[in-house]
Design a protein around this ligand. Structure first.
Ligand SMILES: *Cc1c(COP(=O)(O)O)cnc(C)c1O
Length: 964
């Protein structure tokens, strides 16, 4: 029986991913449109998106693929990558991700779909995971404090430089010292950052630090070519000269080496990748950042701290949340927002699973294999550049060409230095057999060397590459958490227990405005652990990464089409990094055309805090443009300020649709005004989910935008990272985006320094966005945008009777999110936006974005992935809460004793022997039918923020507390 074309198309439609990604079906859409008095989706969109910026055509993309087709195609691309055994080292090492962690964390939506733990009562699981990470970093580095991750080692080093400058009040110098054995990619990123902060760099052998007039210094431990030296005397003399010091350390080596904290370092940074996180062609992995206690109030990024809940129970939270860019804005020296929470959790769990003994075994084994290799090579007359090592050797006076030829035949990658030296690093996955192969490769065929013979000799001689003065003497990972979970059964249950404390997308919608918590489809996630993507070293030779190159090129081409820009740079690791990279590209371009003096950046008052912080980091002066009563940019104020600063106007940073959730009609005009005064237009692409397929920033006036791939393009938020923030640029800016010292990027000026440690940022999560676009196609992507807008308008409509909707466009619609105003209710009832946020937990929901961009409001973004059923459930909860507020207003419940101020309710509340509250236990914990059917319990009662900040504790509770 022949299938006709129509039937075939129907069958294909059944497989279509579009209907899996999008929540509302056809009937829902009709009903939701009817509730808005709209006769069609086109009418809604016509009334919402200004006509003068509409794309007016379908995006030019291939037809949508099914999940099976897309995975099949991507597998063929992935297989073009050739996974060689990597000994390149240089900050990235192969590792064994324990399968129990791989399956239950990395591949588990209960972990990867969570958001940054802003609501601690429903985030105690990942907060504990991150606290473990901090404790692990503190123990291994010997420092008093550690944050919960940064983007990569190179940016962490750049942050350390900024912190040194800020904290070192004694030094008048503007010069920062970088030891010449620092990793090249770190130097590249530090150089970029220094240039725009206005710092000089002094790159010299570490010993010259003693005579340098500098405010701070960066040293590598062990040095990039493997040398292990006692940094103690250098750090001590620096301290005496008033120089602040940062040590970039290899985390595995710290298991055996003396911890930098005990040697006198002020800051220790590094990459935790080799603690179980795949190399992934450069990322994502979590960098760590540890400091002395003195620096605790200026440490960049997020710190998890210990506090108490309203019952006095120990509870974790993000410390000093308000200290972020949103408060410091243009005075911030760091713009870090999204970091690497998921990867920090994985590295922390690796340490929990192995414990100190396990890590010692792993590190000793790595060191021993390296020692065997070093001994065997020297016996055969090979000269080593250093007589000390942990896991890295540098061979000098060898025939690099011949070694290279043999290594290729064995599918091995080594490191080749410019001077002809050959380097290699041993890792956790290296075996004795690998060492035999390495002898063959390094010595040629007739060497007669073998590990088994040598091994005995080495044991006999008990040689070590670690000088006596550098051996670690202190213990580490002594907290019970690092002892208890050694069997897989125990570990599995620990991971599950933590997961169960957290609310993620597996439970309910997370309506966080500006964060776009949409579906992270399983099919999109599957490729990231394929070895062809996961096991690639970022500095693998070009001809081994053809698959990555094709995937990245295709994704870049998609994004060019979606944004209307001419070129995409795939380097920035987050939205904020993209902002920085984009502004720096603007400044480089302006310098190249003789306009380098332009340094004013106009930023609307409603902007996200990363905008002014990024501008400050690009050495720009921020001038704030006011918004009018409707939340739109005040066109008059913009004109006036552009005029006033015409000669020095560098750029404007706009968010579109605005952070108020509105498609401003005047955006084209705003861009024109800035262009007329010689400025460039940066459009913050965080709200791209309202634009895809309908309008393009590159068409209506943008010169550059970042795209948060972890918002619009389905990379999961991971509980606070990873992310990717590639930037789209118009052609004139393309030569000025970030280059990379190890992996030069075609078409970019050689002098343009890097912003990330790896050339393509966190490349291994790019397949997620690639797959999303591939499976949605042009119609699917446009449909997603339309539905995101429909869902937001539907919510605004359902809630406006109960809560005022703050901003709307000219025709009374909102974009993909809406802001409801809680301030009037606070006046009438005393109930705050925070009480509502906590009460939502009792109803089984995560709160919307609180008090951004307007204090005292909630910003709701449903995304297209939420069904009408779920959205109604959320609206019902909000309406239920409004009824409760009415009862407070009416005096039925006292303002200080009602289910809102006591929210969230925990099992401990229900067990209370004397319940004296004016409402029932049932109303407290089970306010809706939905939660009776499936209850997600907040793990703790409301967490005390003030206490947590006053007595800042960022380590695991002491062992004594466990004894109590
Ligand atoms: C999320 C967001 C950013 C920052 O992006 P990160 O990836 O978290 O660094 C910047 N601007 C706006 C409007 C955002 O919503």
């Amino acid at each position: 029986m022949a299938l006709d074309n129509r039937r075939l198309a129907e069958l294909a439609a059944h497989d279509a991913f579009i209907q899996r990604h999008n929540g509302p079906g056809a009937d829902d859409v009709a009903a939701m449109l009817a509730s808005l008095d709209m006769d069609s989706m086109d009418t809604l969109i016509d009334r919402t998106v200004p006509a003068d910026i509409r794309l007016g055509r379908e995006l030019d993309l291939d037809p949508p693929r099914t999940e099976a087709e897309a995975l099949d195609y991507l597998m063929r691309i992935a297989r073009q990558n050739r996974v060689f055994r990597s000994y390149i080292g240089q900050g990235y090492h192969d590792t064994h991700l324990p399968p129990v962690i791989q399956r239950n964390v990395l591949e588990n939506p209960g972990w990867y779909t969570a958001y940054t733990p802003y609501q601690p009562e429903i985030a105690q699981g990942r907060l504990e995971g991150l606290l473990n990470f901090q404790q692990m970093v503190m123990d291994l580095t010997g420092m008093e404090l550690a944050n919960a991750s940064l983007l990569d080692e190179a940016t962490a080093a750049a942050e350390a430089m900024a912190l040194c400058k800020r904290a070192n009040k004694k030094s008048k110098s503007d010069t920062f010292f970088v030891a010449d054995d620092v990793l090249p990619q770190t130097l590249d990123v530090v150089r970029t950052r220094a240039a725009w902060f206005g710092f000089e760099l002094l790159v010299a052998p570490a010993d010259e630090l003693a005579d340098a007039d500098v405010f701070g210094a960066l040293l590598q431990y062990p040095g990039q070519s493997g040398q292990v030296r006692n940094l103690g005397p250098l750090l001590e003399s620096a301290r005496q000269q008033g120089i602040m010091t940062c040590v970039a350390a290899d985390i595995m080596s710290l298991v055996l080496l003396k911890e930098p904290g005990s040697l006198g370092a002020d800051i220790v940074v590094g990459n935790s990748q080799r603690f179980g996180v795949p190399m992934g062609y450069g990322g994502p992995h979590a960098a760590f950042f540890a400091t002395t206690d003195k620096l605790k109030r200026s440490i960049p990024g997020r710190i998890i701290g210990v506090s108490q809940d309203s019952r006095g129970t120990t509870a974790l939270r993000m410390a000093m949340q308000t200290r972020e860019q949103h408060i410091r804005r243009e005075k911030a020296t760091s713009n870090i927002c999204t970091a690497q929470a998921l990867l920090a959790n994985i590295a922390g769990f690796y340490a929990v699973y192995h414990g100190a003994e396990g890590l010692r075994t792993i590190a000793h084994r790595i060191h021993r294999l390296t020692t065997i290799l070093a001994t065997g090579l020297t016996e055969k007359g090979v000269r080593l550049a250093h007589d000390s090592w942990f896991d890295t050797l540098r061979l000098t006076g060898v025939d690099a060409g011949k070694i290279h030829g043999r290594s290729m035949a064995h599918e091995i990658n080594l490191r080749y230095f410019d001077n002809g030296d050959v380097g290699l690093s041993i890792d956790e996955t290296t075996t004795a057999h690998d060492l035999d192969v390495l002898f063959d490769v390094l010595l040629g065929d007739e060497h007669g060397q073998s590990v088994s013979v040598l091994d005995e000799k080495v044991v006999a001689k008990a040689t070590s590459g670690i000088p006596a003065a550098c051996r670690r003497e202190s213990t580490f990972l002594e907290h019970p958490t690092f002892h208890r979970y050694r069997s897989e059964t125990e570990m599995l249950r620990y991971l599950k227990r933590l997961e169960n404390k957290d609310l993620s997308l597996v439970h309910a919608m997370i309506p966080l405005g500006s964060c776009t918590m949409k579906l992270n489809a399983t099919s999109e996630m599957i490729p990231i652990t394929w070895p062809e993507f996961a096991r690639m070293h970022p500095f693998a030779p070009r001809d081994q990464v053809a698959g990555y190159r094709q995937m990245i090129d295709e994704l870049a081409a998609f994004l060019v089409e979606l944004t209307g820009y001419d070129h995409v740079s795939m380097q920035p690791n987050s939205g904020a990094q993209g902002e920085y990279a984009g502004l720096v590209a603007i400044r480089r371009y302006q310098a190249a055309v003789g306009e380098g003096h332009r340094d004013i950046c106009l930023i609307p008052s409603s902007a996200h805090g990363t905008n002014p912080a990024s501008a400050a980091m690009a050495h720009m002066k921020v001038v704030v443009v006011e918004c009018d009563a409707d939340g739109n940019i005040d066109a008059e104020d913009l004109r006036r300020k552009a005029e006033q600063h015409s000669d020095s106007l560098s750029a404007i940073m706009l968010t579109y649709p605005s952070t108020h959730g509105v498609f401003e009609a005047g955006v084209r005009e705003a861009c024109d005004i800035v262009h007329a005064h010689g400025g460039q237009v940066y459009i913050d692409g965080a709200n791209m989910n309202a634009q895809v397929g309908l309008t393009r920033p590159g068409d209506f006036g943008g010169d550059v935008s970042h795209l948060n791939l972890h918002k619009t393009f389905c990379i999961p938020h991971g509980g606070g990272g990873p992310g990717m923030g590639p930037i789209g640029v118009r052609a004139h800016l393309a030569p000025y985006v970030s280059n990379h010292v190890v992996t030069p990027i075609e078409g970019v000026e050689p002098g343009c320094g890097a912003v990330s440690a790896a050339a393509y940022g966190s490349a291994s999560i790019l397949p997620i966005s690639w797959a999303y676009i591939k499976m949605m196609g042009a119609t699917g992507l446009r449909r997603a945008t339309e539905l995101a807008i429909l869902n937001a308008n539907y919510i605004a409509k359902r809630l406006e009777e109960y809560y005022p909707v703050l901003y709307k466009g000219d025709n009374g619609t909102v974009a993909h999110e809406c802001i409801i105003d809680i301030r009037p209710l606070k006046v009438s009832s005393g109930i705050s936006e925070e009480d509502i946020a906590k009460r939502l937990m009792d109803y089984g929901f995560h709160a919307p974005t609180m008090s951004f961009p307007v204090p005292g409001t909630l910003m709701i973004e449903p995304t297209e992935s939420e069904s009408r059923y779920e959205i109604d459930r959320f609206c019902d909860a909000m309406i239920g809460i409004r009824d409760e507020i009415t009862r407070v207003e009416n005096g039925d419940w006292p303002a200080n004793d009602n289910p809102l101020v006591h929210a969230p309710h925990t099992m401990a509340d229900l067990m209370d022997a004397d319940w004296t509250r004016p409402y029932s236990r049932e109303l407290g914990a089970f306010p809706s039918e939905a939660v009776k059917a499936a209850k997600q319990w907040p793990a703790v009662n409301r967490v005390d923020n003030v206490l947590g900040d006053r007595q800042l504790i960022c380590s695991c509770p002491s062992i004594d507390e466990y004894r109590d």
